[in-house]
Design a protein around this ligand. Structure first.
Ligand code: GLC
Length: 600
């Protein structure tokens, strides 16, 4: 009897082990590979790839160029759309090439559109005959081959699955139903139970470890046909079959909902602020995700590298898309950018992988961005220099600690640099030649975690301090912040009496000029007072007018520059600078900046 129970128990546990082969991880352990990876490849490849953004001689009916939407946009009948399968060239299609390209680019994961909105699975799904293998009469399963290649080359693999939209299934959702009469909840649930869940089960059962399922619904589920319990069924299924598989927020739930592992931003929407939870941006090299033959405006390698670096500096990642053709070929323009990024990452990758950012203002410096990581007790701070300063001094503001060393990463290895440290400023002496053609990286090593000063106004390239609405540390009234609108500078609207203060560090005793750049909408002059300790400067800011926008016939607000006076700082150190503006109610003073610079 004992023996039998033991046997039954053994069988039971080996069964559990078989179903649940992955060791259970805590949420932060589970997502760590992803937050370390920072850079991955998105692949949009499906039936639409063979249309190439053109249908019967007509270009895609939408300015966003999203060629994977062609079936919906150009109102293509199902029977004609599936004929695209005939254009696939299976002699040429080789998913291992995609993996090799991702590796060469320094990417750490691949995410492929297993089923996009057109509803056509790209694997030989048993759930629906509307799949690429069946339609193009091949016995190949592109996902099997991709999974094998990923395993061979140590690449994580995830699947994009369009759960909300499905233009192929009679009970699936497409946006046009908002005007042509909606399908019922019962019908939609038929689609959910009959296609979504069974296909996800296939994906999570037949392809080994699935690193993530990337869903795609960019609205709150409550505003559309999807029900919370349907989303919960998806989460439950994934957790049951592959507990370590990550789920993104475009499932239709906010990033902080249990079950959601990371946030996906809007398409090509880069980070704007440091965010603690894991997040990423999916981005394109041109505009379309699926291959589009009519596109020719590509982002530059610098732009793409800056997107990646910028996101890492705000604790996020970047999933960069390629749209291979129906023969599997990766467009040349995509290849060149990925290869260049790969070369950059093979040299500077330590400043991206496993890195995050400092909690300073995101656009603190006008020369680039900052990434960082801990190395045992030490902290390494990477200065990502987009613009090599003409005077060969790189000005860093906001770190109070003194680095042990500063090194420039070059093709020939690391080169030590001299630096000086004053208050929150570190000045690094640069050589004539930049460390890299795209982005040069300087590694600062600190003995311990760095001490930050988040308030100090950053020095600008060439020195000088711009005191703006963005870097003010105190505001006593509510002001309206207006970003750069293409013509006028970013500014702050002061429409009643109030004050603004900045924390500045004066690096040396002496006289400093105080200039103000503003636009005054009022009919009369606006009195202002700028103070620093016991010194103050008063000025009356005259009403300003308009300036012609080239070529003619159009006007915009003119911002003028005026000298307010001079401050004499008796010694180096922190000073609080305050601006008091006496605007009358409803009369607007638009402040661009106060410019503080050492008198020469
Ligand atoms: C959008 C588009 C889609 C693309 C995706 C990638 O949701 O509908 O075509 O796959 O963004 O981020």
């Amino acid at each position: 009897m004992m023996k039998r129970t033991l046997l039954a128990l053994l069988l039971f546990f080996s069964f559990i082990g078989a179903v649940n082969a992955q060791p259970a991880l805590t949420n932060s352990e589970k997502v760590k590979w992803f937050t370390d990876a920072r850079f991955g490849m998105f692949i949009h490849w499906g039936l639409y790839s063979a249309a190439e953004g053109i249908w019967e001689g007509e270009r895609l009916r939408n300015g966003n160029n999203y060629a994977e939407w062609i079936r919906y946009r150009n109102r293509i009948p199902e029977a004609e759309y599936v004929q695209l399968a005939k254009r696939f060239n299976w002699d040429k299609i080789n998913p291992e090439q995609w993996v090799l390209q991702a590796k060469k680019a320094g990417m750490k994961y691949i995410l492929i559109t297993a089923k996009h909105h057109d509803g056509i699975a790209i694997w030989n799904s048993k759930v629906s005959d509307n799949n690429l293998s069946k339609l193009s009469s091949t016995n190949r399963d592109v996902l099997k081959e991709l999974a094998a290649a990923c395993k061979k080359h140590g690449m994580k693999l995830g699947f994009y699955y369009s759960h909300w939209l499905d233009w192929e299934h009679p009970d699936g959702w497409d946006h046009n139903q908002e005007i042509t009469g909606r399908i019922t909840d019962e019908q939609y649930n038929k689609y959910w139970q009959g296609k979504v869940l069974p296909q996800l089960r296939e994906l999570l059962t037949n392809y080994g470890d699935v690193a993530m399922i990337w869903f795609d619904m960019w609205v709150d589920y409550k505003t559309t046909i999807v029900k919370k319990e349907q989303l919960d069924q998806v989460i439950k299924l994934i957790h049951e079959l592959q507990p370590n598989c990550l789920i993104n927020s475009r499932l239709g739930l906010p990033a902080n909902t249990p079950g959601i592992d990371f946030e996906t931003m809007g398409d090509n929407q880069l980070g704007a602020a440091y965010t603690n939870h894991p997040w990423e941006t999916s981005g394109t090299i041109a505009n379309s995700w699926g291959y589009n033959a009519l596109e020719n405006e590509y982002k530059s390698t610098s732009q793409l590298l800056q997107s990646l670096i910028g996101n890492v500096s705000l604790n996020g990642g970047f999933t960069l898309n390629i749209g291979p053709r129906a023969d599997g070929a990766i467009p040349y323009e995509d290849q060149t950018r990925l290869n260049d990024m790969g070369v950059w990452l093979s040299k500077n990758g330590e400043s991206v992988y496993g890195c995050t950012g400092l909690q300073l203002r995101p656009d603190q410096h006008d020369w680039g961005r900052i990434t960082t990581k801990k190395q045992g007790e030490k902290q390494i701070v990477y200065l990502q220099v987009y613009n090599w300063p003409l005077d060969r001094i790189l000005r860093l503001t906001g770190i109070l600690s003194k680095p042990e060393k500063a090194e420039l990463i070059t093709d020939a290895g690391k080169v030590a640099l001299n630096f000086t440290k004053t208050g929150p400023y570190t000045h690094i002496q640069l050589p004539d030649v930049a460390g890299d053609h795209f982005v040069s990286v300087i590694a600062l090593q600190y003995a311990q975690s760095v001490e930050l000063d988040e308030k100090a106004v950053a020095e600008s390239t060439f020195g000088g301090l711009a005191l703006t609405g963005n870097n003010a540390s105190e505001k006593t009234a509510t002001y309206k912040k207006v970003p750069f609108d293409g013509l006028r500078p970013a500014h702050l609207i002061i429409d009643k009496e109030g004050s603004l203060s900045w924390q500045v560090y004066v690096p040396a005793a002496g006289s400093y000029n105080v200039d103000i750049s503003y636009h005054n909408n009022s009919k009369t002059a606006t009195p202002i007072k700028i103070t620093a300790g016991d010194q103050d400067l008063s000025q009356s800011l005259k009403p300003t007018g308009k300036v012609v926008v080239e070529p003619h016939d159009s006007y915009t607000d003119e911002f003028v520059n005026e000298r307010t006076g001079t401050f004499n700082f008796p010694k180096e150190g922190f000073y609080k600078i305050t601006l008091k503006a006496d605007s009358k109610e409803h009369e607007e003073l638009l402040l661009n900046r106060i410019w503080l610079s050492k008198k020469l």
